[in-house]
Design a protein around this ligand. Structure first.
Ligand code: NAD
Length: 648
């Protein structure tokens, strides 16, 4: 099949790649590009070559179906070298995204033009590898070492304007890319050409640069190795000749490709790709979402409203009385102000976000909503009363959703006319930031309403995972087991700080105890107390002992740890040691890796139970929940992937 076609515009050859959906660089495309260089070199009438792509993007990267398989010739570094050495100058015309191998091809071209809406980048570290076709060797020659370090070790794409400022793009154009690129190429003909990237000198950075970078990346990567290998490649590119640096990069690329971390990151990549539209949705059609409403403007309601506004949906926010509504609007304003302070929104954008919110205490304002998300107190009576009011005013086809963490959505839906439109949508805090959305259908939820939950996740830029009904759904149920496992270790005599350090060592940003101190121990305590009040046999936890002693976490000056006033640094607490003394048996210590493996095995065991009960549909869903909702290190692939790999 022809993936590359060649047309002529006077003395300019236009090479068009058409390999839907994203012009990925599979073997056939590499071969055809190779052949195109040879054919055009041999064509005396051609003075310059334009490389452009059909469809929605320039070459967006490698062909994912070749991931994990042995590379087949022609290899990409050779194709890029062939383009760079072509007898006529090649001009890359970029729209959409030029990523990974796609950007490396562009770096092999003598000139790069981009539409103003385009982006370029080398995201390979996100897949546990380094660029393998000169990205680490050509980028520092074109943009300087500092910019190359950011681009390659961070993996984040750059917008065209920024890339131009760094010298990675020669010209940014708007409108008709092909016409602009032909004019550019025309202009270049007959003029002295810039040196190819490989022939440009590379300026070594100042003394101490590499050590500083190494320290910063080690801290940030928390055990992820690809960014450090990328740094090593970049350093090599400044210290040895081009060809030697290329060989080093290729060797690193091939070694990392076969690594456990790359396998884990590929697993997550494929799981994320499949998540937005799982096959079991079949032909179900999402309902239109034009206007949304949120009931409750507390922590979650405000965050959910912000997420909906960020996606451009008009939002009606309902609270129980005027004072609570005022607080809800203040919460929402604080979120947008925070975004302004961090440079994520302009003042004008924040004002526009807020202006799109209709705040009211009158349920009648819900009449036009396509979707209503409830985020009121976690009490079934309150939630049922809310839905009775909502159902009385909403259109009968409006989707009604609860953000409950632990209650049974089917029980909340009781009494709602047309329960087929009811669903659980479990957001994570802060709801405008966290990527995970657990979608919890009841036995009555219609397939179209379920599909609407998935469509909403897509609109909000979130990763949806379907969960069945049980206490805590997927994520909070595993969290409970994880915390219980951590407490069990403390009872065996392992130091609280040793558990936290072990989980940080594994790659979490925080261990289980310091995380509880940050979030507050009282929420889980109150939930256990409520269960005890209904006669359930809920054993006393160590956390309960602390809360009963007034230690609810950082907000009370101490929880599992002590905190100096105004400080967030946990200090091991003599008070806690006293409080827990008769609960702890001195059965010996475990080293950090053993602690972490034990607790991750606990998570995976709960995951197995969840799968067996049909609460989760597949192991990868559990991995996505833990990675996007609970800070499980992505490069470990999630607890299920990790456990399976260790089992061999
Ligand atoms: P919150 O106490 O911060 O907010 C609840 C809000 O609901 C309050 O502003 C309250 O005034 C309002 N409210 C109460 N009754 C109402 C009524 N009848 N009509 C309108 N508004 C009413 O609580 P939260 O942390 O935002 O939790 C809300 C829900 O989200 C709970 O079901 C909780 O389990 C769930 N949830 C919480 C988290 C979290 O991390 N906090 C995460 C996921 C889900």
């Amino acid at each position: 099949m022809s993936l590359v076609s060649i047309a002529r515009e006077g003395s300019i050859a236009v090479v068009t790649i058409d390999n839907p959906p994203v012009n990925a660089l599979g073997q056939a495309l590499r071969q055809q590009l190779w052949d195109a260089v040879a054919a055009l070199d041999a064509d005396a009438a051609v003075q310059a070559v334009l490389l452009i792509c059909a469809g929605r993007t320039f070459i967006a990267g490698a062909d994912v179906s070749e991931f994990g398989k042995p590379p087949v010739a022609p290899h990409l570094p050779d194709v890029v070298a062939r383009i760079e050495a072509a007898a006529k100058p090649w001009v890359a015309a970029i729209h959409g995204a030029a990523l990974g191998g796609g950007f490396e091809v562009a770096l092999g071209c003598r000139f790069r033009l981009a539409l103003d809406s385009a982006s370029v980048g080398l995201p390979e570290v996100g897949l546990g590898i380094v660029p393998g076709a000169g990205g680490t060797v050509r980028t520092p020659r074109v943009a300087g070492v500092a910019a190359a370090v950011d681009l390659v070790t961070g993996g984040k794409p750059l917008r065209a304007a920024k890339a131009q400022a760094l010298g990675l793009i020669d010209a940014v154009v708007s409108g008709d890319l092909r016409a602009a690129a032909i004019a550019f190429a025309q202009e270049a003909i007959g003029k002295p050409l810039p040196l190819p990237a490989s022939a440009r000198p590379v300026v070594a950075p100042e003394a101490g640069f590499w050590d500083d970078q190494q320290a910063a990346i080690t801290k940030r990567a928390k055990g992820e190795v690809a960014p450090l290998h990328a740094l090593a490649c970049l350093r090599k590119a400044t210290e040895v000749p081009f060809a030697e640096a290329m060989a080093f990069e290729r060797e690193t690329f091939l070694a990392l490709r076969g690594s456990d971390q790359a396998a884990a990151l590929r697993h997550v990549f494929f799981a994320e790709r499949a998540a937005p539209r799982p096959a079991h949705l079949g032909a179900a059609q999402p309902l239109p979402l034009r206007a949304a409403a949120v009931i409750g403007g507390g922590t979650m309601g405000a965050g959910i409203a912000a997420a909906l506004r960020d996606a451009g949906l008009p939002v009606t926010l309902i609270e129980r009385d005027a004072a609570a509504l005022e607080r809800g609007v203040t919460n929402l304003r604080a979120i947008f102000d925070g975004a302004v302070a961090r440079g994520r929104l302009t003042e004008a954008q924040a004002a526009e976000r807020l202006a799109g919110v209709t705040a009211s205490t009158d349920y009648a304002s819900l009449a036009g909503a396509d979707l209503v998300i409830e985020a009121v107190f976690e009490e079934i009576g309150v939630k049922r009363a809310v839905f009775a009011q909502v159902a009385a005013v909403c259109r009968p086809d409006a989707v009604l959703a609860t953000n409950t963490s632990y209650l049974d959505p089917a029980a909340i839906a009781q009494g709602v006319p047309n329960p087929a439109r009811f669903i659980g949508l479990h957001f994570f805090s802060p709801a405008n930031v966290m990527k995970l959305l657990e979608i919890v259908p009841t036995p009555d939820t219609s397939p179209d309403v379920l599909a609407t939950g998935f469509a909403l996740a897509k609109t909000l830029g979130k990763i949806p995972v379907q969960a069945g009904i049980c206490e805590g759904f997927i994520g909070n149920r595993i969290l409970k087991r994880y915390r219980a496992g951590a407490e069990a270790l403390v009872r065996r005599g392992v130091a609280i700080a040793a558990v936290d350090a072990a989980m940080r060592g594994f790659g979490f940003a925080m261990g289980p105890f310091e995380a509880q101190d940050l979030g507050g121990l009282d929420i889980a305590f109150l939930q256990r107390e409520a269960a005890r009040a209904t006669g359930q046999d809920v054993p006393e936890t160590l956390g309960d002992l602390l809360v009963r002693a007034g230690r609810k976490g950082q907000k009370t000056g101490g929880g599992w740890y002590d905190y100096a006033p105004g400080q967030r640094k946990p200090q091991p607490s003599a008070t806690v040691a006293d409080l827990l003394a008769d609960q702890i048996r001195a059965e010996g210590q475990m080293d950090g890796p053993a602690i972490a493996e034990h607790l991750v095995a606990e998570m995976a065991a709960e995951g197995q139970a969840i799968l067996a009960e049909g609460i989760a549909r597949q192991p990868a869903d559990i991995d996505l929940v833990e990675i996007h909702g609970y800070g499980f290190p992505r490069w470990r692939g999630g607890p299920m992937f990790h456990a399976q790999n260790r089992a061999g």
